[in-house]
Design a protein. Sequence first.
Length: 118
Amino acid sequence: MKKPKLKVELRDNTGKEVNKKFRREGIVPGVLYSPHDKENLILKVKTDELSKLLSAKSHGLIDLEVNDGKKKVSRLAVIKDLQYNSLKRQIVHVDFYGVTLKEKLTLEIDIELIGEPI
């Protein structure tokens, strides 16, 4: 099964005011953490691209294309947590969890029943 791709960029600044500015510009702040990396990657992703990925309801694994301005690196990840502003109905923050295909994961998934009972 083909994994969906999501383009993300590294961000330098952190903090409340910086994140508010990102959200006004249509960017969602996020983080990629993994037990295989020495440090977490602080990211930003376009709201439109993230919403499109979430509405597709496709595969759980995501191929993140991390752009740091100099080079692009591809990382395999799952969405660990999404934070929403329920009043504005917008995504506030996203947490990605980096994985490899050699490890076992325990994840919670939503099951959507389709059809009518007999």
